[in-house]
Design a protein around this ligand. Structure first.
Ligand code: ADP
Ligand code: GLC
Length: 485
C-alpha cells in the first residue's frame, strides 16, 4: 500500500521557528506519522529562518502576484522534515517574531500574510504541484483557517480537510471590508461562511468548512463546546461536535531525553534517578539559588500571559517564601508579569531565580533540575511542558483544565499518581496544591518513597507521539474513505 500523502500547513515549525507548542507539534508529528504510513509535507511561511533552513531547495511553483508581490514555493528538507516554504519577501522577509513587529503589535498585514499561506496551500491541494497532490490537507490554527474556505469556494473537487485547534483564543479576525481583497466571494460573508460577529474570522472559516476538526486533548474538546471556554465559537463547535475529536499531543522523545540531553549537567533515567541530583545543584547555581538538595525547588517554563495563570503563582509567593521553597522561572511575554517576577527575584536572592526571554537550553535544565513544575493555566488546550516534566522526573503541579487534566494523575487518586492537580483555578487552590506537594516532598526526604514513586510513574508514562500519531493516521484514512478516495 502506498503512503497516504498529507499537506500540513503551519505558521511555525520546530526547530526552525517557534513561539510555542504549535511549533513543537508541527515539527514532530510528521516523523511519527511516517511510521504510520503517512508521508507529510509541511508548508510554512518563508520567514528568513525558514528560507535559510532549507537544504537542497528547488523552486516548484511561481506566483506572479500573491497579495501585492511575487512569490515562489521552495521545496526542500530540514532534518527529517519535508518542507514547502512560501518565499514571498513582501510578506515574510522580516526579522524577529513571526506574528509581531518590533513594536510588539501584530503586523498590520497579518490577514494577507496568512491568507497567502492558505491560498497557496489551496493551490497545492488543487494540484498546482503535479508531483505532490495530497490526499488530505491539515491546517493548524487560525493562520491556516482560510484553507478549507478557499477550497470550498473554488467549487472544484479537492482533498479532504482537517483543522486542528491548538488555541481557540487566537481567532485571526479582520474587517469585513477585506473580503474581496482576500479573494473571498461576497456570499462567503454569512453565518455559514467566514462571517463572525460582523467581521471575518480565519479560525471560524476553518471550523466551518473543514471535514474534520481536532483539538489537542479530549477535555479541551469538551470545554470548547461550552460558553466559558468556547470564546464565542462554542455554538459552531457544538453544531459540529460529530466531527470534532480531541487527540493528545506527544513530545519528541529524542529532543526531550534525560539520558542523552546535551543541555543538562548529568544524564539519568528510571534506573539511575540518583544521577538527577547534580542537575538540581546546577540549576540552583545557574539561577543563583541557595544550593541545597533539601529545598523544594519549583520550576516554571512558560509564556507569560493571562492564559498561563502566572499571576496566580505570583500571588502564592508568600507561601513559597515562608515555606522555604525555591522558584526557578523562565518565561517571556507580558511586561507586567516580567517586571513582577524580576522584582521578586531581586528582593529574594537565593530563593527566587527568574530569567525572562526565550532560552531553550535553560528550559531543559529546569525540567531536569526542578523537583516540581508548576503549570497553573486558566485554560490549556494540551500543554507540553507538563509532558516534558513527566519524562524528566519533575512532578507536575497543574490546574485541572484541558490537556493538563488529561495527562496528570493526582496524588489523591491512586498509587499510579504522577502529580498534583487543583481546581477551580484560583490562587487559593494553587496555594493549597503547592503546600500539598511541599509536604509530600519533605515527607519523602525524611522517610519514604512516595515522591520517588511519583517520579517513576511519570517517567514511565507514555508521552511519545506513537499512539497519538496513529489516531491522526486513522482520521486521515477515514476522511479519504468517506470521500471515496
Ligand atoms: P504554549 O504553546 O501555549 O506556549 P505548550 O506547553 O504547548 O504551551 O508549549 C510551550 C513550548 O514552548 C514548550 O516546548 C516549552 O518548553 C517552550 N517554552 C515556553 N516558554 C519558553 C521560554 N521562555 N524559553 C524556552 N522555551 C520555552
Ligand atoms: C497551544 C496551546 C497548548 C498546546 C500547543 C500545541 O499553544 O496553548 O496548550 O500544547 O498549542 O498544541
Amino acid at each position: 500500500m502506498s503512503d497516504l500523502r498529507v499537506l500540513s500547513v503551519a505558521s511555525e515549525v520546530y526547530p526552525i521557528v517557534k513561539t510555542g507548542g504549535l511549533a513543537d507539534v508541527a515539527g514532530a508529528l510528521p516523523a511519527a506519522l511516517r511510521m504510520e504510513g503517512v508521508a507529510v509535507r509541511t508548508l510554512m511561511p518563508g520567514y528568513p529562518a525558514a528560507v535559510e533552513a532549507l537544504q537542497s531547495a528547488t523552486n516548484v511553483l511561481a506566483v506572479k502576484d500573491l497579495f501585492g508581490g511575487p512569490a515562489r514555493l521552495l521545496a526542500g528538507t530540514h532534518g527529517q522534515l519535508d518542507l514547502l516554504v512560501l518565499d514571498a519577501p513582501h510578506l515574510f522577509a522580516r526579522p524577529g517574531n513571526p506574528y509581531l513587529g518590533p513594536d510588539g503589535k501584530d503586523w498590520p498585514d497579518n490577514a494577507f500574510r496568512f491568507a497567502a499561506l492558505a491560498r497557496v496551500a489551496a493551490e497545492i491541494a488543487l494540484g498546482a504541484i503535479p508531483a505532490f497532490v495530497p490526499d488530505v490537507v491539515h491546517g493548524h490554527d487560525w493562520q491556516a483557517g482560510l484553507l478549507p474556505a478557499y477550497l470550498r469556494y473554488s467549487r472544484r473537487p479537492h482533498p479532504g480537510t482537517v483543522m486542528t485547534v491548538h488555541n481557540l483564543a487566537f481567532q485571526g479576525r479582520c474587517p469585513r471590508e477585506l473580503l474581496g481583497s482576500l479573494g473571498l466571494p461576497p456570499e462567503s460573508f454569512a453565518v455559514d461562511g467566514v462571517e463572525y460577529y460582523g467581521t471575518i474570522s480565519f479560525l471560524k472559516a476553518g471550523l466551518q468548512f473543514a471535514d474534520r476538526i481536532t483539538t489537542v486533548s479530549p477535555t479541551y474538546a469538551l470545554e470548547i463546546q461550552g460558553a466559558e471556554q468556547g470564546m464565542g465559537l462554542d455554538g459552531l463547535l457544538r453544531a459540529r461536535s460529530a466531527v470534532l475529536t480531541g487527540i493528545l499531543n506527544g513530545i519528541d522523545m529524542s529532543v526531550w531525553d534525560p539520558a542523552h540531553d546535551r543541555a543538562i549537567a548529568s544524564h539519568y533515567g528510571v534506573d539511575s534517578l540518583e544521577a538527577r541530583a547534580p542537575n538540581k545543584a546546577a540549576l540552583q547555581q545557574r539561577l543563583r539559588l541557595r544550593v541545597s538538595p533539601d529545598a523544594f525547588l519549583l520550576g516554571v517554563v512558560s509564556r507569560l500571559s493571562w492564559q498561563k495563570g502566572l499571576d496566580l503563582l505570583f500571588a502564592c509567593l508568600p507561601t513559597i517564601l515562608s515555606g522555604g521553597m525555591q522558584l526557578a522561572l523562565l518565561g517571556d511575554g507580558d511586561a507586567d508579569l516580567r517586571e513582577a517576577f524580576r522584582g521578586a527575584a531581586s528582593a529574594n536572592p537565593g530563593q527566587i531565580g527568574v530569567v525572562t526571554g526565550y532560552d531553550e537550553s535553560l528550559a531543559h535544565a529546569i525540567q531536569a533540575g526542578s523537583d516540581a513544575l508548576v503549570v497553573p493555566s486558566r485554560f490549556e488546550p494540551c500543554g507540553l511542558t507538563q509532558l516534558c516534566a513527566l519524562r524528566y522526573g519533575a512532578i507536575p503541579i497543574v490546574a485541572a483544565v484541558g490537556g493538563l487534566a488529561d495527562t496528570v494523575i493526582d496524588a489523591h487518586e491512586t498509587t499510579d499518581a504522577t502529580g498534583f492537580k487543583f481546581s477551580p483555578v484560583t490562587a487559593e487552590n494553587l496555594d493549597h496544591a503547592l503546600r500539598r506537594a511541599a509536604a509530600a516532598f519533605y515527607a519523602s526526604r525524611a522517610n519514604g518513597s512516595e515522591w520517588l514513586r511519583m517520579q517513576l510513574n511519570g517517567m514511565l508514562t507514555d508521552v511519545s507521539w506513537r499512539h497519538r500519531a496513529a489516531r491522526y493516521a486513522e482520521l486521515y484514512r477515514q476522511i479519504v474513505a468517506q470521500r471515496g478516495g
